[in-house]
Write a protein that binds this ligand. Structure first.
Ligand SMILES: *Cc1c(COP(=O)(O)O)cnc(C)c1O
Length: 388
């Protein structure tokens, strides 16, 4: 008798991976030698800044960095994060109790629910949302309640809708937002914090794109709002800011009890970030602000080129204020996100992400990234012109 291996119920409960078909079609097209323009990947194309690589090289040669890392991260990394946070958001954090380095922020976002969500607890997610939240809540046995993000409300959830949800335990928010590129206003965060304090809803803020913003409009941290530290934890990442997606380093900060819950979960899963990468992380956070300015300028030029190009061929798309995504309604004549993505790949060799992969409310949209050079974006516009 052959042995049957069955996935656990919690694995079976995960939503289907919508991107699988597009991924497969993309691989086949590449293998067939077609010249694919990939506007699907949310990963910076620029290399990591050289001073960060130098810091890693030096630290990697020091045997002191070859051991299990400090549980809670190098003290120097935590104090550097506190200084960075003070300078960027004027929020002071206790480096020991209110900051926890992570092996990338996704890891922390995915582990946190295990420390704060009991089976059947209600967790509010936005729709669309970064897919990792959904999986994390399902793994913890929580019950997901979706609130839609609508263009008419600037892709912010309706506060009234949240107010009407009974006995919610936790809510995830993500601004600057992936996939919509929307940013949160200070007014929205103020209302959200005040509601959360009144109803005892834990707020989880994902700020992976805090430094990728345009037109000089710097995104707000939820921890800037008075009282937020009583109820909120915020996730930050070095991935997008310093072109370090493969390095795996980020942090959580905010309410000390929430930070402690995450630390306790993690102490049972991992043994910290390779210490040389933590040393490199210190170098990253001390990057000259002018270098980050240049990175923003690079994305902003690409944004303007793509948006203007698409508008010139009659596809009206809003210009993102932050992050590196263009969230566009599918063009006239197409009936679904998936059909559009397939048609673009089939007829123009362009990969875009179908919006429904981020939740049902993403149906009718596609996501394009600005992580490809200008000449390729120009070429993409030329190809769209031929098929639209
Ligand atoms: C990229 C991304 C992350 C993950 O960042 P890492 O620190 O590399 O794990 C988290 N949230 C959102 C919304 C992202 O797009």
């Amino acid at each position: 008798m052959p042995i049957t291996i069955e996935f656990s119920d919690r694995l079976k409960a995960l939503p289907p991976y919508i991107f699988v078909e597009i991924d497969k079609a993309k691989r086949e097209a590449r293998a067939a030698g077609r010249d694919i323009i990939d506007l699907g990947v949310g990963d910076p194309d620029s290399p990591t800044f050289p001073h960060i690589i130098e810091a890693l090289k030096k630290a990697a040669e020091d045997p002191a960095n070859h051991h299990y890392a400090f549980d809670a991260g190098l003290p120097q990394l935590r104090t550097t994060i506190a200084q960075w946070f003070q300078k960027r958001f004027s929020v002071s954090l206790d480096p020991h109790a209110e900051i926890l380095p992570l092996i990338g922020s996704k890891e922390g976002l995915a582990h946190l629910p295990l420390g704060i969500v009991n089976p059947k607890d209600k967790v509010i997610l936005t729709d669309p949302a970064y897919p990792a939240y959904r999986a994390a809540v399902i793994f913890a046995g929580g019950k997901i309640v979706n609130v839609p993000l609508k263009e008419s409300n600037g892709f912010l959830p309706d506060i009234k809708k949240i107010e009407n949800i009974k006995e919610a335990k936790v809510m995830f928010v993500n601004y600057p937002n992936n996939p919509t590129s929307a940013t949160a206003t200070r007014e929205f965060f103020t209302q959200l914090v005040s509601l959360a304090l009144e109803k005892g809803i834990i707020l989880v803020s994902d700020m992976a794109y805090s430094e990728i913003y345009y037109d000089g409009q710097r995104p707000v941290s939820i921890l800037e709002i008075e009282g937020a530290k009583e109820i909120a934890i915020e996730f930050h990442s070095l991935s997008k800011t310093y072109n370090m997606t493969g390095w795996r380093i980020g942090w959580a900060c905010g309410n000390s009890k929430l930070v402690a819950a995450l630390a306790k979960v993690k102490s049972n899963f991992d043994s910290g970030i390779f210490q040389a990468i933590q040393v490199a992380g210190v170098a990253a956070l001390n990057t000259d602000e002018r270098e980050i300015e240049d990175l923003r300028a690079l994305y902003q030029e690409r944004r303007d080129l793509l948006i203007n190009g698409l508008r010139s061929i009659g596809w009206k798309v809003p210009s993102p204020k932050a992050a590196f995504y263009v969230w566009a309604k599918i063009p006239k004549g197409f009936t679904s996100s998936m059909e559009t993505s397939k048609a673009f790949l089939e007829n123009a060799d362009i990969v875009v992400t179908p919006g429904n992969g981020f939740g049902e409310a993403g149906e009718g949209y596609i996501r394009m990234t600005l992580t490809v050079p200008k000449d390729r974006l120009n070429e993409a516009v030329e190809r769209f012109k031929k098929i639209l």
